[in-house]
Design a protein around this ligand. Structure first.
Ligand SMILES: Nc1nc2c(c(=O)[nH]1)N[C@H]1C(S)=C(S)[C@@H](COP(=O)(O)O)O[C@H]1N2
Ligand SMILES: [Mo]
Length: 427
């Protein structure tokens, strides 16, 4: 890329502001073949006159210091302490769909525990022929599968029910991550304990617990347990990080994050749901008439524009603009994402980076032109069941305003002529 700078070498500050201002012009200059001298090209730079770091300097690499702002963040007023708390994935600064573990949101009810593989045990008990206890090494001897799935906390976007609240996609939509898991199907382990896939399992449930003090117990219907749940021990190719459940977590594709039990300790086969704390007083949605919805396991289709957004303003001049974001559905694959620049009056269909995959994040792009006009940016996801992501108004009509969980409404960013963006609500 060329810049329009001519004359003596600028200070770093001048250079940065000059480069930002010339950004869009540079795209045009490049396209027309015009060449202007750029000191970064014409002058020898310090990094080319000395030596770099040797291969022993960083046995396990971290992001370069210039990316130190791309980190998980929490919202201090949200919870009383950091032990039973949540932080948020910096989705405004990522691209593609895979979330690096190091910046994938964490949610703990009693802190992240440190458990050695050697001390790890998984028990299957209850209504099974053969109660079993597996070591970590045992788990590694069963046939494995690999799948990419999103994990979304049911409380994602929960602070936005009453009105636009948090100024950034990281905070409004960052209770989500998307990883490639390697693990053993839960079905395989249940069958090993004598559960017959062909037998009459219809009224059976499982109750799953973690090794941590909270245990985070949840009931899951047997049909889901035998379908696609995964007892996972690798994420994005490497061991799970401590905070995501090392050494073993349960993956429950498309269903609310709370059911993805970390540090998985026990799977009990039971003949009905346990009605634990996490599925009665928590993770239920009270409607306007005071009645609560429960067993709201599936995460409905949802999307968000990650850039431009409040933490990722437009910093270049007029001309080409890439609008991008994420879409997902717990019911299957994303088939289409539309983008509106006028608060939902008119829509353009975005380009999916790859065809949508079941219960995984899908990246979309709208390659467009921006000439400094104000925009009310929205994205609207559709999934393979034909479901269309609702507006906030449509969602409130059905759900009222008492809910915390399962807010999958369309999000609006107000983009101003200076490129800054703000979380707003349109009606
Ligand atoms: N054992 C255990 N599992 C747990 C939790 C927990 O506190 N303990 N939190 C749950 C919640 S509410 C969510 S949203 C996900 C978050 O997974 P993550 O921390 O890997 O993002 O884990 C779930 N599994
Ligand atoms: Mo959660």
């Amino acid at each position: 890329m060329t810049t329009s700078f001519k004359g003596p070498k600028p200070s770093r500050r001048q250079f940065l502001s000059g480069a930002a201002a010339a950004g869009a012009g540079a795209v045009a200059a490049q396209a027309s073949g015009a060449a202007t001298p750029d000191p970064l090209i014409t002058e020898v730079q310090p990094w080319a006159t000395g030596l770099g770091e040797g291969v022993d300097a960083t046995p396990y690499g971290l992001p370069i210091k210039y990316e130190s702002h791309v980190v998980r963040r929490n919202v201090e007023w949200l919870t009383a302490d950091t032990i039973s708390s949540i932080n948020f994935t910096p989705i405004h600064a990522l691209d593609g769909t895979i979330t690096p573990q190091g910046c994938a949101f964490e949610r703990h009810h009693s802190g992240a525990i440190e458990l050695r593989k050697e001390d790890y045990r998984l028990m299957i008990n209850g209504l099974v022929d053969k109660p079993l206890i597996f070591t970590y090494a045992d788990l590694e001897r069963f046939p494995r599968e690999q799948h990419v799935y999103f994990c979304e906390c049911a409380a994602n976007t929960g602070m936005e029910w009453a009105g636009a609240q948090l100024n950034g996609a990281q905070f409004t939509h960052g209770m989500i991550h998307n990883m490639e898991y390697t693990g053993v199907p839960l079905r395989t382990l249940l069958q090993e304990a004598g559960l017959d896939a062909a037998g009459d399992l219809e009224d059976k449930w499982i109750y799953v617990e973690g090794h941590d003090a909270s245990s985070n117990g949840r009931s899951i219907p047997m049909s889901k347990a035998m379908d696609d749940c995964l007892v996972a021990f690798k994420a994005n190719g490497e061991a799970l990080r401590k905070e995501h459940g090392y050494p073993v977590r349960l993956v429950v594709p498309g269903w609310e994050g709370n059911m993805w039990v970390k540090w998985l300790r026990r799977v009990e086969v039971v003949d009905g749901p346990v009605e634990s704390r996490e599925e009665t007083s928590k993770y239920t949605d009270t409607l306007a008439n005071g009645i609560s919805r429960k067993w709201t396991w599936v995460m409905d289709a949802k999307s968000v524009i990650t850039s431009p957004s409040p933490q990722s303003p437009i910093q270049h001049g007029h001309g080409p603009l890439v609008i991008t974001g994420l879409a997902w559905s717990g019911h299957g694959a994303i088939t289409r994402v539309d983008v509106s620049k006028d608060g939902g009056k008119t829509w353009e269909t975005a380009r999916l980076a790859k065809p949508g995959e079941k219960m995984a994040l899908t990246r979309f792009y709208l390659d467009t032109t921006w000439n400094g006009e104000e925009m009310l940016l929205q994205a609207r996801a559709m999934d393979e069941t034909g479901y269309v992501q609702p507006t906030k108004e449509q969602l409130r009509e059905i759900r009222g305003e008492n809910s915390i969980y399962h807010n999958n409404c369309i999000q609006t960013w107000h983009v101003k002529p200076n490129g800054e963006a703000e979380n707003v609500e349109v009606s």
